[in-house]
Write a protein that binds this ligand. Structure first.
Ligand code: HOZ
Length: 429
């Protein structure tokens, strides 16, 4: 094919693979698991994105969650421009990071102190280190299929891009780094108890996505999170919630507010930066006082609390905090959307599972209820790939992987949500 016959995305991908591993800066963007190539996105606004070829998509990836209000929100954009006028980075303390920390502590009752970092990966890695420093113990428990970023000790039976690529345990991670990572089954308190029985005094923390959203969306069953809280308290281990996806999304105080469970530490990610590179970890004062320079747990970063990123995040969080009705509207809209989707899927037959909570959902191509990693993996990923490509052709952008979430934002219009339902009908029925 001559270059002029190729789409701009094809041309860019050809250039990209020569200079970027796999042509992408994060594996799940590669579209390999849906047998396609990346769509190179040029711009986004409201609930839509446009690629380099001018194709328009209704977007349900929402930059993997943080665009809870809208793409290119005017208020966020104006705050960023204003912050840029004062300089891009100082590597020094600023007023705006204090305001951000105060806001987070005000919104999330379990958080007395918080440290800003640059990504969810960093937030989780640092929370784990803090838990180990606080308890003086080394082992941690994570759940199969939960994804907590790509730090060495957590790349064990991981979801998201790791499972999309079929490599839930990465090469290049020394055995020693994962020797203290123990894995339990999501929604099985028994599997957690078993590990505590084997290592009664060695477990520093249990880390969990309160709603798993990196093996597709998998809901915690009744009593699961409460049970984890009790097991951790009984055994002197810390409970860490990874709220990179659920934080400030399910409701203003995240999944912990939704389910009424107080973790000891929480990790947040991109949603705090409204899409800018931001993460944060925080929790009980006595635990967070272990972090340097107050305590002996070292963690640092020139760009942590970057003023431009803080300006973006603070603008979004302030709007969300002062408009509780936005969450009511978003959740009602998402409930209706996923209910309509469920009706279509039920008409289509028995081989689908739709998991949904708040503004998150996933469609699995399996007849088994999906409540953990084992059942998530029964989904027929070839069928997902066909569905996914058919949706792209209809102008709907969903994750190029079975093992991710579909995100609804405040900006999604009823009209566009109905377009999606009609598209799914055409694809599945
Ligand atoms: N973990 C995120 C998706 N669930 C980030 C996507 C990525 O890995 O690029």
């Amino acid at each position: 094919m001559t270059n002029s016959k190729k789409t701009k995305s094809e041309q860019l991908f050809e250039r990209a693979v020569k200079v970027i591993p796999g042509g992408v800066n994060s594996p799940v963007r590669a579209f390999g698991s849906v047998g396609s190539i990346p769509k190179f996105i040029k711009r986004a606004d409201s609930d839509r994105m446009w690629d380099e070829d001018g194709n328009e998509y209704i977007d349900f990836v929402c930059s993997w969650g943080p665009m809870i209000m809208s793409h290119n929100s005017e208020l966020v954009r104006e705050s960023v421009i204003k912050a840029c006028e004062n300089g891009l980075s100082f590597g020094a303390a600023t007023r705006i990071e204090v305001e951000m920390a105060e806001l987070i502590c005000d919104i999330v009752p379990s958080i007395d102190m918080v440290r800003m970092v640059n990504s969810g990966t960093e937030a989780v890695m640092s929370a784990i280190r803090t838990a180990r420093g606080f308890t003086g113990r080394d082992k941690i428990i994570k759940f199969s299929g939960c994804y907590h970023g790509h730090s060495d000790c957590l790349l064990v039976k991981a979801g998201s891009g790791a499972i999309t690529q079929g490599v839930p345990d990465s090469l290049g991670v020394p055995k020693g780094c994962t020797a203290d990572t123990l894995t339990a089954e999501f929604n099985s308190l028994e599997s957690v108890e078993k590990i505590f029985t084997s290592y009664p005094n060695d477990i520093a923390a249990v880390i969990v996505e309160p709603v798993a959203a990196n093996m597709g969306v998998v809901l915690p069953e009744d009593g699961f999170l409460k049970g984890l809280r009790e097991i951790c308290s009984k055994n002197g281990a810390l409970l860490i919630f990874d709220e990179v996806i659920t934080g400030f999304r399910m409701q203003i105080d995240g999944a912990q507010g939704y389910f009424g469970i107080n973790p000891d530490l929480t990790a947040f990610g991109k949603i705090i930066g409204a899409g800018m590179p931001v993460g944060a970890y925080g929790g009980r004062r006595d635990i967070m006082e272990m972090v340097a320079p107050l305590g002996g747990v070292y963690q640092a970063g020139t760009l942590s609390g970057n003023p431009v990123a803080m300006a973006a995040g603070l603008a979004q969080l302030k709007i969300l905090q002062s408009h509780p009705e936005y969450y009511a509207e978003l959740n009602a809209k998402a409930d209706k959307f996923f209910e309509n989707l469920r009706n279509v899927v039920q008409k289509a037959g028995l081989n689908y599972q739709l998991n949904h909570i708040s503004s998150l959902g996933s469609l699995f191509f399996t007849d088994e209820p999906v409540n953990n990693f084992i059942s998530a993996k029964t989904s027929n990923t070839n069928k997902y790939a066909a569905y996914c490509n058919a949706m792209y052709n209809k102008g709907i952008y969903i994750a190029p992987s079975q093992f991710e979430a579909m995100f609804v934002s405040i900006a999604h219009s009823e009209e566009n949500l109905n377009i999606v339902i009609n598209a799914v009908k055409e694809v599945l029925l």
